[in-house]
Design a protein around this ligand. Structure first.
Ligand code: SAH
Length: 340
C-alpha cells in the first residue's frame, strides 16, 4: 500500500476527486498530518468518518522507526530502520538561525567518492518520497522542535533520485505541510550534469550546492569517479547556465584533505575556476573515518587556503563543525551499525 506521506496536495486532490470527495480536503489532510502531526487519521476530527475509513483503506499511515539517537553538543544523529530493514541516517544541527536537518536520499550510494563513507556501500535503492518526508516529520515529533532548514546531504546522491527529491521538496515546502521555506532547502550534488540542467526548470527557489573538492580534472577524477563522466568544463558550464537562468547563487563544497587538495596551488587554481561567478565556497574540514586513509588538513593549512580565496575576491566560509564527536560524517553511523 502506498504511504500517505509520499503524496503531494495535488496527488491528494486528484485522489479525492476520483472517489467523489471535495478537493478541499487535501489541504485539511495536510494540516492534520504535518501541522497537528496526528499519529492516527482517526484524530482528524473534522474529516467525515466515511472519508477517514476510505483513507485508511487506500493508504498506509505507518511511520519510520528511529532505532538510535546519538547526542552531541548542538547536534543529534538519528538512525532509522526502513520497512525492508535497511538503515539510513539524518543529522539535526542547532544553528543560531534555527534547526537544520541533513537527510538521506538513498540506501547506499553509487557515486564512489574515495573519501566518503556512504559510498563504501553500493546503492541498494532510492528512498521513496515518504521515507524522506518522514525523516523530517519524525524528528520534529521526537524533538518537539520546528525544523527550519533541510539539506539533502546525507547518504546518497539526490540527483540520482531526482523525481522523488522534487516531490519531497514540494511536500515539505507546502504551507499546509511542514512549511519549510524553499530558500531554506538545499540540494547537494556531486555533479550530475544533466540533472543540473533539469533543475533549472524546477519551479522552487531552493539552493543548489555542488561538491567540487578539486580545482582540476586530474585530481577530481582521483577523488570522484563522476568526474570521468562529466569533466569540469561541462560541470561548470551547467552551473553557469543554472546561475544565469535562476539568478541564484551556487555553493561549492570543498573538503580539505591533508596533502591532497589543500595546497596553495590548488587554492589559486580554484580562484581561477570560480572568479566572477555568483558563487561561494564552503570549505569543509574533513571528518576522518576509520575505514578510509584520508586525513583532515591542518588548521594552519585551512586558514591559508581560506585567505587565498578571500584575498582573490571569492566568497568563502569554513563550515562549522558539528559531528566530530558522534561520527556524523555522511554514512558513518550506518556503517558502524551494519559493520560493512
Ligand atoms: N551526494 C551528494 C550529497 C551527499 S554528500 C554530494 O556529493 O554532494 C554531502 C557532502 O558531504 C558532500 O560534499 C560530501 O563530499 C561530503 N562528505 C562526505 N564524506 C565526508 C567526510 N568524511 N567529511 C566531510 N565531508 C564529507
Amino acid at each position: 500500500m502506498e504511504s500517505i506521506y509520499g503524496k503531494t496536495v495535488q496527488d491528494l486532490e486528484a485522489y479525492l476527486s476520483n472517489i467523489h470527495f471535495r478537493k478541499f480536503y487535501a489541504q485539511e489532510i495536510f494540516t492534520w498530518l504535518y501541522q497537528k502531526k496526528i499519529s492516527s487519521i482517526d484524530d482528524a476530527s473534522n474529516l467525515s468518518k466515511e472519508l477517514r475509513a476510505r483513507l485508511k483503506e487506500d493508504f498506509s499511515f505507518s511511520h519510520l522507526e528511529i532505532l538510535e539517537e546519538q547526542k552531541g553538543k548542538d547536534v543529534s544523529k538519528y538512525l532509522f530502520r526502513l520497512k525492508d530493514k535497511e538503515h539510513i541516517e539524518a543529522v539535526l544541527m542547532q544553528h543560531d538561525y534555527g534547526m537544520s536537518l541533513c537527510i538521506s536520499s538513498q540506501v547506499g550510494c553509487n557515486m564512489g567518492c574515495t573519501f566518503c563513507e556512504s559510498g563504501r556501500r553500493k546503492k541498494v535503492r532510492n528512498l521513496d518520497v515518504d521515507e524522506m518526508v518522514e525523516q523530517v516529520l519524525e524528528i520534529e515529533k521526537r524533538t518537539k522542535k520546528r525544523i527550519s532548514h533541510v539539506v539533502i546531504m546525507g547518504i546518497g546522491e539526490p540527483f540520482d533520485n531526482y523525481e522523488n527529491i522534487t516531490r519531497f521538496i514540494e511536500i515539505i515546502n507546502h504551507e499546509k505541510g511542514l512549511a519549510i521555506g524553499a530558500r531554506h532547502i538545499t540540494v547537494s550534488t556531486c555533479g550530475l550534469v544533466p540533472k543540473i540542467y533539469d533543475f533549472i526548470q524546477f519551479p522552487y527557489q531552493v539552493n543548489l550546492a555542488v561538491s567540487l573538492h578539486a580545482p582540476n580534472d586530474t585530481l577530481r577524477k582521483q577523488l570522484m569517479p563522476i568526474a570521468q563522466v562529466y569533466p569540469l568544463k561541462e560541470l561548470m558550464h551547467s552551473i553557469q547556465k543554472y546561475i544565469e537562468k535562476t539568478n541564484r547563487r551556487v555553493t561549492f563544497e570543498y573538503i580539505l584533505l591533508n596533502g591532497v587538495n589543500d595546497q596553495e596551488k590548488h587554492a589559486l587554481e580554484l580562484v581561477n575556476l570560480l572568479k566572477g561567478m555568483n558563487a561561494y565556497v564552503n570549505l569543509i574540514p574533513y571528518n576522518e573515518t576509520t575505514h578510509l586513509q584520508y586525513q583532515r588538513s591542518k588548521p594552519l593549512t585551512i586558514a591559508k587556503f581560506y585567505d587565498i580565496l578571500k584575498k582573490n575576491g571569492i566568497c568563502v566560509t569554513i563550515r562549522r563543525e558539528f559531528g566530530k564527536t558522534i561520527s556524523a560524517a555522511c554514512g558513518q553511523l550506518r556503517s558502524e551499525k551494519e559493520e560493512i
